[in-house]
Design a protein around this ligand. Structure first.
Ligand code: NAD
Length: 258
């Protein structure tokens, strides 16, 4: 691994804390590892019935990282807020919230002409998780973040800014996150900065069930000719959390060129 692959940012996060939603896999897990390895105490949020989360938390703790579990379903009103409040109480303070939990609510992409497949249940799952979940966690964390002059980073997608998407509903949920990022930044200013990342194709469990053709086509559309490693998105999340403090209300596209 070259020094470039390991990431260039060397922020000191000792004494700082973070909550990362959907932290048991992919981009979320890479972000937990990156933050904790820089000294932060990190609450790893995961779905309560996700068995891999317990294993990952144990592994990270064995590696000497200060990671605690924060089980909770962000798509459920009340439970998301409870998860955030419990995590803040355990962490003692909150400096960074990363709203990363998300779902496409489908194994296969739903073509935009297939309106019949976008039933109420699918819309509900996508909006409740991706959009409402992000708001709920930001709302519950707002006071603690105001106190610490903290930061929020939301995980959007190029799907939210006109890029390809697994469904109209998914694209709308991510467009909502881009919009909400600006408005939360305005609403929580000047104490809390709010930014977002908009990844393109990332090599995570997200695309594990994709067909070879879907994978090939997506990579062919990416000028760098590959998918991003989750750690590359984590690096950008770190930049927006702990980097230049005048960056605010911004959505950073990380798609390798499309
Ligand atoms: P992933 O499937 O590994 O991560 C998603 C995580 O969110 C999982 O751990 C999952 O259990 C968790 N999660 C789902 N619903 C939840 C809920 N209600 N409450 C708590 N946790 C929940 O895939 P990933 O690629 O790491 O995705 C992370 C984020 O990145 C998502 O928001 C996704 O929309 C976004 N994204 C991914 C890609 C990509 O190509 N992989 C591209 C653009 C954006």
């Amino acid at each position: 691994m070259s020094s470039l692959d390991q990431g260039l940012l060397s922020a000191d996060l000792n004494g700082m804390t973070a909550i990362i939603t959907g932290g048991a896999s992919g981009i979320g897990l890479a972000t937990v590892e990156r933050f904790a390895s820089l000294g932060a105490r990190v609450a790893l949020n995961h779905l309560p019935d996700d068995p891999t989360a317990v294993e990952e938390i144990e592994r990270l703790r064995t590696e000497g990282l200060d990671v605690i579990g924060a089980p909770g379903d962000v798509s459920k009103a009340g439970l998301a807020e409870e998860m955030v409040c419990t995590a803040i109480a355990e962490l003692g303070r909150l400096d960074i919230l990363v709203n990363n939990a998300g779902t496409p609510a489908t194994q296969r992409p739903i073509p935009f002409h297939d309106l019949d497949s976008l039933d109420e249940d699918r819309w509900e799952k996508i909006l409740q998780t991706n959009l409402m979940g992000t708001f709920r966690c930001a709302h519950a964390a707002a006071n603690a973040l105001r106190t610490s002059n903290g930061a929020i980073v939301n995980v959007a997608s190029i799907a939210g800014i006109g890029g390809s998407a697994s469904s109209i509903a998914y694209a709308a949920s991510k467009a909502g996150i881009v919009n909400m990022t600006r408005n939360l930044a305005k609403g929580l200013a000047p104490m809390v900065r709010v930014n977002a990342v908009a990844p393109g194709f990332v090599l995570s469990p997200w695309s594990a069930d994709w067909s070879d053709e879907q994978r090939r086509n997506t990579i062919a559309a990416t000028w760098l000719g590959r998918g991003a490693a989750p750690s590359e998105i984590a690096e950008a999340i770190l930049f927006l959390s702990a980097g230049p403090k005048f960056v605010n209300a911004h959505t950073l596209v990380i798609d390798g060129g499309r």
